[in-house]
Design a protein around this ligand. Structure first.
Ligand SMILES: Cc1cc2nc3c(=O)[nH]c(=O)nc-3n(C[C@H](O)[C@H](O)[C@H](O)COP(=O)(O)OP(=O)(O)OC[C@H]3O[C@@H](n4cnc5c(N)ncnc54)[C@H](O)[C@@H]3O)c2cc1C
Length: 314
């Protein structure tokens, strides 16, 4: 077979993509997998992962992803370095362009597992303290802040959810809100405002984080640009961003349906998109859970769907 033709093309190499690769290769479908700019995905940017089943002692994100990659290679997945820069989903077989036209891959089915990137404020100190106090996932990292002080940035439903989650763990939660109101639903607003551990800092914005070897506090500006603008510091151990995610779908150029936040839309509870033989797995199609284990689960589902699709076609 032409080395650039495949029954299953997997785009992305996080928990969803590698799990899809393990299942598709064990089903003898000889998948090709394109890893993108971040082989291993988002977990390569974190230290401890304590909530992935099967690792009682926990392990680092990179270690865990190396292991899942090894497992995909064990069954002969053709894992390739490169970026999918375009794809034609208008007719089958589908054709994906790699590295701006360097070569193309023809595929009978496609599994899109390109993840979603958290939005950050763009402060130099965010990068400096990444994994040392800065996080974009309370479910993932909240546990490390038991009895400590944290801040959540954002004023929407997700920020309220993160603040409430953290309030169950931390001693104190500041919500840093740019406006003088929350954009969250009424119910969420009430829960936040009635929670005695949460203090909402209205009309505050973060200027920079500070600390020796980890976050110890944040410099904030209040009423920015107004006559009574002033600067205050808060003392915190953790700084959680909750200002949204950007699903990585630009290479699709609008060929698949997305929701209002850009997440790929799939049929209820399945990874099926509206295009036959094209499946979406992991964070790229999940505005709600965004966990390694849920991404891996949907990668498994996508590979099983691809297998069934090919079976019924023959
Ligand atoms: C700092 C941090 C800590 C976290 N901690 C935990 C935790 O403790 N437990 C937990 O369960 N979850 C955690 N998460 C969330 C978890 O990492 C994600 O839910 C999970 O990685 C999603 O997997 P995914 O496979 O959908 O996508 P990702 O892991 O985002 O992987 C996406 C993949 O797609 C590739 N890609 C993107 N665009 C292209 C393209 N055009 N062409 C080819 N490839 C492309 C990328 O290179 C990457 O390999 C954490 C996230 C972060 C950021």
């Amino acid at each position: 077979m032409d080395s650039n033709k495949t029954k299953v093309l997997i785009i992305g190499a996080g928990p969803a993509g590698y799990t899809a690769a393990i299942y598709a290769s064990r089903a003898n479908l000889s998948p090709i997998q394109i890893e993108g700019l971040q082989p291993g995905g988002q977990l390569t940017t974190t230290t401890e992962v304590e909530n992935f089943p099967g690792n009682p002692e926990g392990m680092t994100g990179p270690e865990m992803m190396d292991g899942i990659r090894e497992q995909a290679l064990r069954f002969d997945t053709d894992i390739r370095t490169g970026l999918v820069t375009g794809i034609d989903l208008s007719k089958r077989p589908y054709v994906a362009e790699i590295n701006d036209g360097e070569y193309s891959i023809t595929a009978d089915t496609v599994i899109i597992a390109t993840g979603a990137s958290a939005k950050y404020l763009g402060l130099p100190s965010e990068g400096e303290y990444m994994g040392m106090g800065v996080s974009a996932c309370a479910t993932c990292d909240g546990f490390f802040y038991r009895g400590k002080k944290v801040a959540v940035v954002g004023g929407g439903d997700t920020a309220c959810e993160e603040a409430l989650y953290l309030a169950g763990i931390a001693e104190k939660v500041y919500m840093i809100v740019r406006r003088d109101e929350l954009r969250a639903s009424k119910v969420m607003q009430e829960r936040v405002l009635n929670n005695e551990k949460i203090e909402v800092l209205w009309k505050h914005q973060t200027e920079e984080l500070f600390g020796e070897g980890g976050v110890e506090g944040a410099h904030l500006v209040v009423n920015k640009g107004e006559e009574d603008e002033k600067h205050v510091d808060i003392s915190i151990d953790g700084f959680f961003l909750a200002i949204g995610h950007t699903p990585n779908t630009s290479f699709l150029k609008g060929q698949l349906e997305t929701d209002d936040k850009g997440y790929l839309v799939t049929e209820n509870g399945t990874p099926r998109t509206k295009v036959p033989g094209v499946f979406a797995a992991g964070d790229v199609a999940d505005p709600v859970y965004r966990q390694a284990v849920t991404a891996a689960g949907s990668g498994c589902k996508a590979a099983l769907e691809a297998e069934r699709f090919l079976l019924h076609e023959d």
